[in-house]
Design a protein around this ligand. Structure first.
Ligand code: NAG
Ligand code: NAG
Length: 378
């Protein structure tokens, strides 16, 4: 039976005395195969049934990517966890270079999420998260460049996104457009929140079509990021005035020719005739009022039609925001940004700088999260 303590001692010895420790740790056979200080790249796909994002990190089998997960979790029964081998590819930021397989400590859960064999937790401030273990074994930064793909139904593309662990650079095709981790539309400081694992931002407000949504809460809004909830959840006291503001903006002459309400389709409350919306369809998605989250530091995260309107059937698209389930009252974050609103932006989660960075909606510049070149470089 594996005992976690000696493993962590070996890891910390290796961490402080980087030479020769890999062979010492396992009696001559390398415990860790390193990328030589290069970041690791993996593909990300969206599971059409669960709406979860997965990466083929466990012998090519999928782990759910969880921004709020503090650990790597597999289906197993040991109380002390297990050691597993995970694999990805070293990258120069433009292509995969060569496969890398490395040992990682995982905790056990009785069941893996549907469609996956476990979870790769990406939460910051955890020694057992996937990025922390990659940083330790590959000697790269605790920094993740994450590009969540859509399911291929709502936008074009083959719906394979990309993540680079260890930071950038990250190039899309054609690679002469440069390193997108340095072409951010905005950044904001990362915070903790009541000891919860995950990434949290502070916001000063929300606008719809450039008008500030009047909120009853005073002071900064806590905003979480989640890759395991499909649509942004707003706390009830934020959801109601937000929807009211969206209704008002949608009724204005700029939008009213396109925006025509139809019966709601659960879990959404605001649904529209997408045949009418299609008349104004552009690279930015359907022509609906733009939503902006005003972030600490003065920059804002914009949600255009492509990230706000969910095509629920051939004739109907719905505002992809949900009312948060009641638990917690004002203890809960004001908003948790879900997968759909994060898709097709390159996100840079920099634990060392404690900074969240994001590009513009990639569709606006003719790209998507499927624009990474997964052909191995010769
Ligand atoms: C949606 O709009 C189209 C085009 O204006 C119209 O023909 C159709 O009847 C509308 N459908 C509904 C359900 O309102
Ligand atoms: C993808 O990368 C491969 C290997 O470097 C290269 O040969 C190919 O031209 C690239 N594809 C595109 C579309 O740039």
């Amino acid at each position: 039976m594996w005992n976690p303590k000696p493993f962590f001692i070996v890891i910390s010895i290796c961490f402080f005395a980087l030479s020769k420790c890999t062979s010492a740790a396992s009696g001559g056979k390398p415990l860790v195969t390193a990328s030589g200080g290069k970041p690791l790249v993996t593909a990300i796909t969206k599971d059409a049934n669960t709406l979860l994002y997965t990466a083929p990190l466990k012998d090519g089998r999928p782990l759910v990517v969880d921004l709020s997960g503090p650990a790597i979790t597999l289906a197993c029964s040991s109380k002390t966890g297990t050691v597993t081998r995970l694999s990805a590819s070293a990258t120069d930021g433009a292509n995969p270079l060569f496969p890398v397989s490395f040992s990682a400590a995982a905790s056990c859960a009785s069941k893996a999420p549907a469609g996956a064999v476990g979870v790769a937790g990406l939460a910051p401030s955890s020694q057992s998260s996937f990025p922390a273990q990659v940083a330790r074994t590959q000697k790269v930064a605790k920094k993740v460049a994450l590009c969540l793909p859509s399911d291929g139904k709502t936008t074009s593309g083959n719906s394979v996104g990309v993540a680079i662990f260890g930071g950038g650079p990250l190039f899309f095709i054609p690679s002469d457009r440069g390193d997108f981790t340095t072409m951010l539309a905005g950044t904001a400081p990362l915070h903790g929140f009541n000891g919860s694992p995950g990434y949290f931002l502070s916001a000063t407000g929300i606008t719809v079509d450039r008008k500030k949504v009047p909120l009853s809460v005073s002071g900064p809004l806590v905003v979480g990021l989640s890759s395991t909830i499909p649509y942004t959840a707003l706390r009830a006291d934020v959801y109601a005035p937000f929807v009211k503001a969206f209704d008002q903006a949608a009724a204005s002459p700029n939008f009213s020719p396109f925006v025509s309400r139809v019966a709601a389709v659960a879990p959404f409350e605001r649904c529209y005739n997408s045949t009418k919306l299609s008349v104004g369809l552009s690279r930015l998605g359907y022509p609906v009022p733009q939503i902006e989250l005003l972030l600490e530091g003065g920059q804002s995260f914009s949600v255009l039609g492509a990230n706000s309107m969910v095509q629920v059937n051939a004739n109907t698209a719905c505002l992809g925001f949900a009312r948060m389930k009641a638990a917690g009252g004002h203890q809960a974050p004001a908003a948790v940004i879900g997968g759909f609103q994060l898709e097709n932006h390159l996100l840079v989660l920099d634990e060392e700088k404690k900074q969240f960075g994001f590009t513009t909606y990639l569709g606006a510049i003719g790209l998507s999260c499927s624009s990474f070149n997964f052909t191995r470089a010769a």
